[in-house]
Design a protein around this ligand. Structure first.
Ligand SMILES: [Zn+2]
Length: 336
């Protein structure tokens, strides 16, 4: 399904279904200008996404080998089909940092570091194995390497009559890019701000302060002059960016307070134990019965919030041994 969203410049949305995934869809944006075209994000590397993308591009009279691809971030629902753009006159643009991480992930190094990080937070070994089986970063990853034009914050990309500025709005991922058309006052948000769901903020090996970085960049994006803002998932209108950013900030404050309450009641909990006591919408499942992949995301999000509270010196870290394995524990100041 292709929808015309904007006339000058021409902006279209291809609806890419993400079947079986809570995100439900990817909004793939296509821009046309002076005989050139740009696609922003691709969908998973699976049959349904490929079909929807091919049909959409076909309807717009565009082929993968003659269009440019801008990738917002490393999640596979955004770049799973990138290798298809890696030929002919096409160029693929993305953050250099995130492209390096995809390579590390592909060669398993990063996955091992990530597993070690979760083990240290009390994530049970058998659940870790189960979670990996359905990890979209593994199951729907691109099936080949691809070269990119590496981007840094502030880089300009000129395509047809359009000039995009790449803005590193890190937080959701280590160097998530938003793409800004300054003259037209149009921002492609990626997953930095979503209107119907809260972007997941988690911990990453070698990356510190995900949540505070995210909150800083939530504030930063509001400093741009934006008339139209296009998110990567679900609905694209209904609220202003300021309203939505405010709601997201409130969501994180509630989470931080909930964690403080849990630690008051259960001092010395591991990250996994704190997560299991937080309120989640698990679609009718309990913590025990929910898919382990979902539990993995919940624990990652909890750890990002705990790290924030440690930085604020409201929470302190200790250690305990569980089945011969060292596990982090967390306390409030007056419990030490
Ligand atoms: Zn994402």
């Amino acid at each position: 399904m292709v929808e015309l969203l904007h006339q000058d410049p021409e902006i279209y949305r291809i609806d890419i279904p993400l079947k079986g995934n809570a995100l439900k869809n990817l909004n793939c944006y296509v821009l046309k200008s002076e005989g050139e075209s740009v696609v922003i994000d691709t969908g998973f590397n699976n049959v349904d996404c490929k079909k929807a993308l091919d049909a959409g591009l076909d309807e717009l009279g565009i082929s993968m080998d003659k269009t440019n691809l801008l990738i917002t971030h490393l999640h596979t629902d955004h770049c799973g089909l990138a290798p298809g753009f890696s030929c002919g006159e096409s160029r693929i643009y993305m953050s250099k940092t995130e492209h390096d991480l995809i390579r590390k992930w592909r060669y398993r190094r990063y996955r091992r570091e990530m597993d070690a990080m979760f083990r240290l937070e009390g994530f049970p070994e058998e659940e870790l194995v189960e979670a990996a089986k359905r990890n979209p970063m593994i199951v729907y990853a691109a099936d080949a390497d691809y070269d990119i034009v590496p981007l840094r914050d502030g880089d300009k990309i000129r395509i047809g009559g359009l000039t995009f500025t790449a803005l590193a709005m890190s937080g959701h991922t280590p160097e998530h890019m938003c793409y800004y058309l300054e003259e037209e006052k149009i921002m492609f948000l990626g997953d930095h701000i979503l209107f119907d769901i809260t972007p997941n903020i988690t911990v990453w090996p070698g990356v510190k302060h995900s949540l505070s970085t995210y909150l800083t960049n939530l504030h930063r994006i509001l400093s741009y002059d934006i008339r139209f803002a296009y998110p990567s998932h679900r609905g694209i209108s209904g609220k202003t960016l300021e309203q939505r950013a405010g709601e997201i900030v409130d969501h994180h404050s509630r989470r931080l307070n909930e964690i403080l309450k849990i630690l008051k009641e259960y001092p010395g909990s591991s990250g996994y134990e704190v997560a299991s006591r937080l309120t989640w919408s698990l679609h009718g499942e309990t913590w025990e019965t929910a898919p382990k992949r979902q539990i993995w995301f919940a624990v990652g999000e909890t750890l990002a919030h705990i790290e924030y509270l440690i930085d604020m010196e409201k929470v302190f870290r200790g250690n305990k041994m569980v089945n011969g394995q060292q596990v982090h524990t967390y306390f409030l100041e007056n419990q030490l």
